[in-house]
Design a protein around this ligand. Structure first.
Ligand code: SF4
Length: 172
């Protein structure tokens, strides 16, 4: 996997352990709502049961992969805000947007191995450049009015490739 898609928990504020909802049925030891810090998250943003998660029924945490969204969302906070619970809570929406970006960015990157037509290859490259500008600049404006059209374009392009492989009419 490319380095840009690797989670860097050392440089993350445990955002996935706060922002995301989970429940027992999906391989977590307890139910948790979105925005509620997991009670195993310590004040240094580290998991207090990290080495015992499997034994305690938190396989879902082990399987989860933010694809590098966590450290990117954390990097948007100043050093001062990184110790401010309200500021950390405020970056949750950014985490979710970055997760969507990184997932599609990875799919587009992997599509480089496909035998694409030149126009599709150009669209893929353009989208990757746009995603890099959003994801790799901690100060990037990730307002939905800017990001959603790019996410939608990427989804449509990827869907068109899937439809072509399955012999269905393209919808892009
Ligand atoms: S169990 Fe640990 S890794 Fe899982 S959500 Fe809680 S603090 Fe995070």
């Amino acid at each position: 996997m490319a380095e840009i898609f690797q989670a860097d928990c050392e440089n993350c504020l445990g955002l996935c352990c706060i922002a995301l909802r989970f429940n027992r049925a999906d391989g977590f030891g307890h139910d948790k709502s979105a925005g509620e810090p997991c009670f195993y998250l310590d004040a240094q943003h580290r998991c207090r049961i990290h080495n015992r998660r499997e034994d305690l029924g938190y396989e879902g945490c082990i399987d989860f992969d933010c694809l590098g969204a966590g450290q990117r969302a954390s990097a948007s906070l100043s050093a001062e805000d990184r110790t401010n619970p309200a500021a950390i809570a405020g970056v949750q929406a950014r985490l979710r947007i970055l997760m969507a970006i990184q997932e599609l960015r990875q799919a587009l990157t992997e599509a480089g191995a496909l035998d694409l037509a030149a126009p599709d290859h150009a669209r893929r490259q353009t989208l990757l450049t746009q995603f890099a500008a959003f994801a790799d600049d901690p100060k990037a404006d990730l307002h939905e009015s800017r990001v959603d059209p790019v996410l939608d374009s990427a989804r449509a392009l990827i869907r068109s490739w899937r439809d072509e492989r399955q012999g269905a009419p393209s919808r892009s």
